[in-house]
Design a protein around this ligand. Structure first.
Ligand code: SF4
Length: 81
């Protein structure tokens, strides 16, 4: 999952940076700069809280595509005759 911000909705309250400073830092005007990396599992609860508490609903958690398991080659079984 990745944390995303809607820059039009965001009003620069800075609450998100207080709740998940590991993922959000603020620019000089108080607007969030988000790390583009996936949210580590250990921080997901904090990221969800930041999303829920954003006063303008500008934050969202986006699912990222999980890598599909590699296709496995099936070997034909041969029965002993
Ligand atoms: S809490 Fe919401 S409105 Fe405030 S800076 Fe973060 S994203 Fe923007």
């Amino acid at each position: 999952m990745k944390l995303r911000v809607n820059p039009i909705a965001c009003k620069g309250h800075g609450l998100c940076a207080e709740l998940v400073p590991e993922l959000v830092r603020l620019d000089e005007w108080g607007f969030p700069i988000l790390d583009d990396a996936d949210v580590p599992r250990s921080l997901e609860p904090h990221a969800r809280r930041a999303v829920a508490d954003c006063p303008t609903l500008a934050l969202a958690l986006e699912r990222t595509a999980t890598p599909r398991p590699r296709a496995t080659m099936r070997l034909a079984r041969t029965r002993p005759h």
